[in-house]
Design a protein around this ligand. Structure first.
Ligand SMILES: *Cc1c(COP(=O)(O)O)cnc(C)c1O
Length: 225
């Protein structure tokens, strides 16, 4: 790892943090209320190490197996890293996910709630949980249908999962703001105050609408192959 790579990573990170801070101030919020999750999926150690050296400590991955291959060694060096799972989770990977991740953003169905509860019981680990909402009602997308959300939240609470808030990935290629506003309203209506929303193309908008966690990949690491 050379100095130039660290400087480049630090520059991209400072730019994203600066945009978050500006959007937060416009919305009358404190920049420190917003967590930047650096989504490092598909990127290897060569890209992740400069970001660690630049001071980033919260990372996101979308696959359990990929994260298991990449992170244990890095975490031995950087024990204060927090790892967030931002991709869909199969129930048979729930225990592996609970072992590795500090937060899971993709709780979206009763069978997964049950699997996570069992995994937490067995391992004694309790990662923060976000319920993913299929906010644009898209057939191919993960996430719980808006109509099914009250029942799912009841199950999540009954199972004792550490429920923190809601997460969404709005439809591509249309204005994201109305979807972020809808997620914020649904969260308020259900007594939840954390919102995982906003990616490279729209995190600034998401922060003005109340995001507490933004999930940023390409703006930090460059385009994925
Ligand atoms: C890949 C991914 C991101 C990051 O996307 P970018 O557009 O590269 O910032 C955020 N959230 C989820 C769920 C993702 O899968």
């Amino acid at each position: 790892m050379d100095e130039q790579e660290i400087t480049a990573a630090a520059t991209r990170r400072e730019a994203v943090l600066g945009t978050i801070a500006k959007a937060a101030r416009i919305a009358g919020r404190k920049p420190a209320e917003i967590a930047l999750i650096a989504v490092s999926k598909t990127h290897g150690e060569d890209a992740i190490r400069p970001m660690l050296a630049a001071g980033q400590r919260v990372f996101g991955e979308n696959r359990v197996q990929e994260a298991e291959a990449k992170w244990p060694a890095l975490r031995a060096e950087y024990p204060d890293v927090a790892l967030h799972l931002v991709g869909q989770l199969q129930s048979n990977k729930a225990e592996d996910a609970v072992q590795l991740f500090d937060a899971i953003h993709s709780v979206d169905r009763p069978s997964l709630v049950a699997a996570l509860a069992k995994a937490m019981e067995k391992t004694g680990r309790r990662p923060d949980c976000f319920v993913q909402v299929n906010i644009g009602d898209e057939e191919q997308k993960g996430g719980c249908a808006i109509a099914d959300l009250p029942a799912l939240l009841t199950e999540v609470r009954a199972a004792g999962l550490p429920l923190k808030g809601l997460m969404c990935v709005p439809p591509a290629d249309v204005e994201a703001a109305p979807y972020f506003a809808l997620l914020a309203k649904i969260a308020r209506d259900n007594g939840l105050d954390q919102l995982s929303m906003g990616m490279s193309g729209d995190y600034e908008t998401a922060v003005t609408i109340g995001a507490t966690h933004v999930r940023v990949g390409s703006a930090l690491f460059g385009a994925r192959a």
